[in-house]
Write a protein that binds this ligand. Sequence first.
Ligand code: SAM
Length: 323
Amino acid sequence: MEFFVTFFVLLLLVKVSLDNLAPAAASQDSSPRHYGLYYSSGEYSRRYRSITRLARERIERLIDAHIALVGTQCPLTIIDYGCGNGRYFLDLVQIAESRCLSSVHIVGYDPTPDALLQFKALASEHGFFAGAPDGDDSATLSKDAVKLSLIEGSVDLGVDQVAALLPAADIILCLFGVLSHIPRRCQRQATLRMLRGKAATLVLSVPNVISNRSDYDLFEARRSRCCPDRDAVERGDIYYTREAVGDFFYHLYTVEEIEQDCEAAQWRVDQVGCATVAPETLLTTTATEEQRHADYEQSKSMARSMLDHMALYFWLECKAVTN
Ligand SMILES: C[S@@+](CC[C@H](N)C(=O)[O-])C[C@H]1O[C@@H](n2cnc3c(N)ncnc32)[C@H](O)[C@@H]1O
């Protein structure tokens, strides 16, 4: 009797963990609905609070390169594509202020309304007020030389419709796997092409299929048993689960694939590096300063030849190809 009970419990545990990892029947565009819950429950901001030191340094370097070209008096526009709850916003404002930029426009685009609500609340807490000097759009907040526009998108919009919502910019940030939530490679490429029409510099970070190998293998194993329509998903596609929130479609990349996608969208990849080499647990708020520092040093020095094996996410910097 004891044997059967133990066996049944074990069976149940295996089933629960596989179900959590890769529900083959989940819809590919479940992200925004689940992201709403992820943000409104406070789970996202509990897990991910600040940007990494390396990301901040790299963004500073890009802004400094821009200033070196055009000076501090020329307006700077940055699009944060898939901005979420504005995790990079205060750092961007600090960087702009420390460089005494005369005019900075930060544009946050996201299809999850709850994320933008939190972004707006964050900006208001830090003295940004609604109603820009050049209009009374309530999605625009300003303070001193910095203007913030929040644009609510939808996953149902085509790339041309999204393009119509976004202004021309100098730098686009598309960080922490935003691109990976877009199902199908052709759609991700179309998004990169659309962003190419908006700015000459793009910074991306996307998750590495090899560092996420165990998730991928389990997903593949389950898919081959449960999902007869294997062509409906592409190599690198997985679902991951956040407790009490749901399952997220996610595409895991090889360096080769993301480079090819950038190039197909007329982005010249200038730099590929590690966004972080630490496991996911060290990206969350539970990581100690010492652990973060170790990740910073390792990520910074990681040679290109080690990328495939070591990076948890890749970091790419691209320039527009001009004919
Ligand atoms: C992992 S979060 C990253 C948010 C933010 N960039 C950060 O680093 O905290 C992914 C974000 O992508 C957004 N997203 C999902 N599908 C998207 C799409 N098709 N286009 C743009 N953003 C999308 C989600 O709403 C979510 O805020």
